[in-house]
Design a protein around this ligand. Structure first.
Ligand SMILES: C[S@@+](CC[C@H](N)C(=O)[O-])C[C@H]1O[C@@H](n2cnc3c(N)ncnc32)[C@H](O)[C@@H]1O
Length: 292
């Protein structure tokens, strides 16, 4: 209870400080437009959309802008951003989009799609699509189970999903990775993040304590995936989760099977620093390629 009151008070203070800071910032930004387009704090925090602070938004935009610069296809890009939320990866991709490119954001949260349409809908290269299906964390009211995406086969040559498969139950995980394989054109690439429970993760288990990690400002033991998700022996959640979809880790063998079933191959694997070792981002980043 006390923690909740303190948190609400901290959020109000953060929002107040950020608004004052961002009112002065524009005249002094010199190399980057997009940090000025980050949605305001209340919009970011409504319905638990994810990352709280402006500073972590800026950090993530920069990291993924760099990665996208390296990964994006040459020539006209047709990008699908699965679980686009309120457009964080659109802002990361925007500085390197040409007039010939197109970005489609897909999400189960109607509010998030509304935010994106209002904030970025003036850019004619964008479209935002609501997928009316259930996710225990993000769309618990939606009745429908998983459904095929409303896109033709091979209709995208680039795709992304930041912290989305980390919220998928076992069935969603396999189903939507197959959807990714279906909508990517041959030779297309996708950048997706995961919590993959592999030998690097296993090696950290004995040493994880309640101490704050040197790699991220939370207790090391918080990111132990030791609670079976819906009784699975290959998909796990963490103790702090209210429902499994709050955070899902996948055993490497199941991940590998899902990749094969989806007709994808792994072009690059960049372990995250949740594994208690130096990494690129917190979660594992995987770059997939569909055979040409
Ligand atoms: C942690 S948030 C990440 C949002 C965004 N990618 C970002 O990095 O800011 C996870 C997102 O996945 C969306 N999501 C959950 N299940 C989904 C599904 N089956 N299809 C599409 N989006 C989904 C949620 O609504 C939420 O916006």
């Amino acid at each position: 209870m006390l923690n909740r009151i303190k948190r609400r008070f901290d959020m109000k203070r953060l929002a107040h400080l950020e608004r004052r800071y961002r009112a002065i910032q524009p005249g002094y930004l010199s190399r980057v437009h997009t940090v000025g387009e980050i949605p305001d704090p209340e919009t970011r925090w409504a319905n638990g959309y994810g990352t709280i602070t402006y500073s972590e938004w800026c950090f993530t935009l920069g990291l993924f802008q760099g990665l996208f610069h390296r990964l994006r296809p040459e020539g006209a890009m047709k990008m699908l951003d699965i679980g686009c939320g309120i457009g964080r990866l659109y802002l990361a991709m925007k500085p390197q989009m040409t007039a010939a490119d197109a970005y489609v954001g897909l999400d189960v949260m109607p509010d998030a799609i509304d935010v994106c349409r209002k904030a970025y809908g003036d850019d004619p290269r964008t479209s935002f699509v609501h997928l009316p299906v259930h996710n225990a964390t993000y769309a618990s009211d939606a009745g429908a189970e998983r459904t095929a995406w409303p896109f033709d086969d091979s209709s995208f040559n680039f795709a992304s999903a930041l912290s989305v498969w980390t919220h998928f139950s076992e069935d969603d995980f396999f189903f939507y990775l197959k959807e990714l394989g279906r909508v990517l054109e041959p030779g297309g690439k996708a950048m997706i993040t995961f919590f993959i429970m592999d030998e690097h993760y296993d090696a950290t288990l004995a040493g994880r304590t309640s101490a704050t990690s040197v790699y991220y400002p939370q207790p090391e033991e918080m990111w132990k995936y030791d609670v079976p998700a819906y009784g699975s022996d290959e998909f796990f959640t963490i103790k702090a989760a209210k429902v499994p979809e709050d955070a899902i880790g996948v055993r490497k063998a199941a991940f590998d099977r899902a990749v094969v079933e989806a007709g994808l191959s792994i072009a690059e694997y960049i372990p995250g620093y949740w594994k208690e070792r130096p990494g690129y981002w917190f979660q594992d980043v995987v770059v997939f390629e569909k055979a040409g």
